[in-house]
Design a protein around this ligand. Structure first.
Ligand code: FES
Length: 338
């Protein structure tokens, strides 16, 4: 990595390769979230002021940067590549509230049945758009009659070419019936997002417990893939609860992460394993497994995503194990509008 970028006023520093954009390098870094929109040089959301140093645009000045802005020292960080160390003044994103909430059309690029009642959708945005979000946030699908349905983003922010949702079929549910029974390839949808305050707090030093129930795995997947991408070295523990094995619909993925990341551990927990599951793992409620393994939670950050009854049962159990309320982050995963 030949060059270093220093951000003002935060003082955050990170390395950038010569043929890499400043934004791409920042997306790999913990604690440095730069604002962006399209990631292709047209929207201007990633504009910043270069205080010192040289940069280049290999494909020429991007359309979102006027000649005047360039003369004034402005740069579009999604396209700018360093030619020396850089000192850049920029407004960094600190919370979900710093992000622009957009209403966008999208196309269903791919549908994949992960379990009999869980469908994975990959959504493609218009070519000129990307959605900036924090790992774990959600979007609202906007229905024609004005109703909304909320779904967590299961992809990490850096892998944003397609947005990934895990949709659990609620029989009789207006939108999920459509997804499972009538949705055609390349269907068009509209959504609003990013929304919510359920996102990974990167500035804490504490080990992280992530607890998912059913398709509550979705935002935790995005958080974990983000944590791996930025090289977060805090211990990461995932507990994933379901009734039977079939409902652990991407079970091989966390098992694979265990082999790849020394700081990651995974405990699946089934409450009603079927005989054909041949289950020899943990059984019972997922929050009870966590409570049994961690008699003192005071030194942990806990992220919980799943059905409201799971979260309601876990809160007092974890409080009794000395988990401070400020270290508990919840995403009640209802199958109706949040
Ligand atoms: S110009 Fe849109 S993100 Fe850079």
């Amino acid at each position: 990595m030949p060059y270093r970028v220093t951000l003002l006023p935060s003082g955050h520093e990170f390395p950038v390769a010569e043929h890499e954009s400043v934004l791409d390098a920042a997306l790999r870094e913990r604690g440095s979230v730069l604002p962006y929109g399209c990631r292709n040089g047209t929207c201007g959301s990633c504009m910043a002021t270069v205080q010192s140093g040289e940069l280049a645009y290999p494909d020429g000045r991007p359309p979102g940067l006027s000649e005047r802005e360039q003369i004034e020292g402005k740069a579009l960080l999604c396209q700018a590549q360093p030619r020396s160390n850089l000192l850049i003044e920029v407004r960094e994103v600190k919370t979900g509230g710093d992000l622009i909430v957009k209403t966008l059309p999208c196309r269903v690029e791919q549908r994949e049945l992960l379990a009999p009642d869980v469908m994975r959708l990959f959504l493609k945005l218009p070519n000129t758009e990307r959605l900036q979000f924090l790992a774990g946030q959600y979007v609202d699908i906007l229905l024609a009659d004005g109703r909304r349905r909320s779904f967590s983003l299961a992809n990490p922010p850096h892998a944003d070419a397609l947005l990934e949702l895990h949709i659990r079929h609620a029989p009789g549910g207006f939108f999920t019936d459509y997804v499972f029974n009538r949705m055609k390839d390349k269907a068009l949808l509209r959504f609003q997002g990013p929304l919510g305050t359920f996102f990974l707090r990167e500035d804490s030093p504490r080990p992280i417990l992530l607890i998912g129930g059913g398709s509550g795995f979705a935002p935790l997947k995005g958080m974990l893939e983000h944590a791996f991408h930025i090289g977060l070295d805090r211990p990461l523990r995932l507990y994933w609860g379901a009734r039977a094995k079939l409902e652990l619909y991407l079970d091989e993925l966390p098992r694979h992460w265990v082999e790849e990341h020394e700081n990651f551990r995974y405990t699946p927990v089934l409450s009603e394993p079927c005989p054909e599951d041949h289950w020899s793992g943990r059984t019972g409620w997922v929050h009870e497994a966590v409570a049994a393994d961690y008699p003192d939670l005071s030194g942990y950050d806990v992220y919980m995503s799943g059905p409201p009854p799971m979260i309601a049962a876990a809160k007092p159990a974890f409080a009794a194990r000395r988990l401070p309320a400020a270290q508990l982050f919840c995403d009640p995963f209802e199958f109706a509008p949040r």
